[in-house]
Structure formats: C-alpha cells, structure tokens
Design a protein around this ligand. Structure first.
Ligand code: DX5
Ligand code: ZN
Length: 214
C-alpha cells in the first residue's frame, strides 16, 4: 500500500453506462478519474469532449484528471475548466515554444486547478526539466497516445527515473498498458500516479484491480 494516485481511464468504460461505471470505480477506490480527450489531429482517434466531461463531473465525486491529446490546447483550457477539470494536462508536442509552454502552465493555474504536461514515447525526458518547478504533474506516456489497450513500453517508463531525480515533489503519472506488474515497475522508477483503462475496466473485480495498483 502506497500513496500512489490511481486514475482509472473512463475510455475503457461502457459509454452507455458511464454513470454506473464512474460510481463503480469510485466505490472500488479510484482517487481520480482520467478523461482522455482526443481530437483526430494530434492523435488519429476522436473520443471525449467538453459536454461529456461536464456530464461526468455531475456524476463524479473524485477529481477529474483531464488528458488533452489535442492541438491548440490553449483554446480549450477555459471550456474544460468550466466543464469541471481539476487537473488539466496538455502535450509538450502540441505547443510550439518553451515560452508558450510557460504561459500555458500559468494560464491553467490561474483558474485555481492543477497543471500537467505530458510527453509522448519519442520525446526525451530532458525537454521537461525546465518546467518541473512550474508544473503540478508530469505525465509520461508509456504507449503511443491514441488508443486504450496497447502494450506497455518499459523504455518510456525509464524516463520517470530521470525526472524523479530532478524533482522530488512533483506528481509523476504514467499512462498506457498499466497493470499490477507494469505499475510496480513505474512506481519503482518513482511514479506516484497510475492511469489504467483496460486493466481496471475489463477486470472481473474492479476493487481488486485498483488495490493491486496501490
Ligand atoms: C491512451 C490514453 C490512455 C488509455 C489507457 O492514449 O491516454 O489513458 O486510456 O488505456 P490502457 O490502460 O488500456 O492502456
Ligand atoms: Zn490518458
């Protein structure tokens, strides 16, 4: 048992029974709910947007951890804040300059919520070092963003160790192919938040699945 934040990805939930699946995850011990927003441009898939996020907010009691896999994230900060995001994570690769990244972090935090930044598998850990003191969370993707149910890449998880060496206090989250075994690898590298979609929602016993990640 550790202080790791477990954030089930509702991308693997039954969208026709979203309220039921939100409550199920909360009852099973979810700390946050992870909402995967995809725009068909930054990633090839299209998933959840602002209205569904607002509906999830009505049904949820835990914080909403919103992962923006979209271009022009700055345009959508306010709509997602209004929809109820508590943690808003954009992608490093979606912002054109370091200056714009700092502006975006401040802008997200100006709404009184947490700011996160994510790096894709091919992006080196070093690019985020200069932002670690400004960010609340750094999300290390352990699959290529776009789809649930992909295979965990351990070489991506190794970036967690490098980032943890730079900053002891930041939340380091991992996302993609996480289960009890790969989650343990990430925690050993220094991750303290795990996202899991398929492992949690496709399991027979959600409570046991969440417990096994802690
Ligand atoms: C992938 C998403 C993930 C996804 C994880 O692009 O960012 O959050 O839902 O799903 P699993 O845990 O099934 O790999
Ligand atoms: Zn995600």
């Amino acid at each position: 048992m550790s202080n790791v934040i477990i954030s089930p990805s509702i991308l693997s939930a039954d969208f026709a029974n979203l309220e039921r699946d939100i409550k199920r995850a909360e009852k099973a011990g979810a700390d946050w709910l992870h909402i995967d927003v995809m725009d068909g441009h930054f990633v090839p898939n299209i998933t959840i947007g602002v209205p569904v996020t607002a509906s999830v907010k009505k049904a949820a009691t835990v914080p909403l951890d919103v992962h923006l896999m979209i271009e022009n994230p700055e345009k959508y900060v306010e709509p997602f804040v209004k929809a109820g995001a508590d943690i808003l994570t954009f992608h490093y690769e979606a912002v054109e300059s370091d200056e714009k990244i700092s502006e975006l972090i401040s802008y997200i935090k100006s709404f009184g919520i947490k700011a996160g930044m994510s790096i894709k598998p091919k992006t080196p850990a070093e690019v985020c070092y200069k932002f670690l003191n400004e960010l609340d969370m750094l999300l290390v993707m352990t699959v290529e963003p776009g789809f649930g149910g992909q295979k965990f890449m351990e070489n991506c998880a190794q970036k967690v160790r490098l980032i943890r060496e730079q900053n002891s206090g930041i939340i380091i989250q991992v996302d993609g192919g996480i289960n009890a075994e790969t989650g343990k690898i990430c925690k050993d590298y220094g991750a303290n938040s795990l996202v899991a979609g398929n492992y949690i929602y496709k399991s027979e016993d959600i409570e046991q699945a969440i417990r096994s990640l802690k």
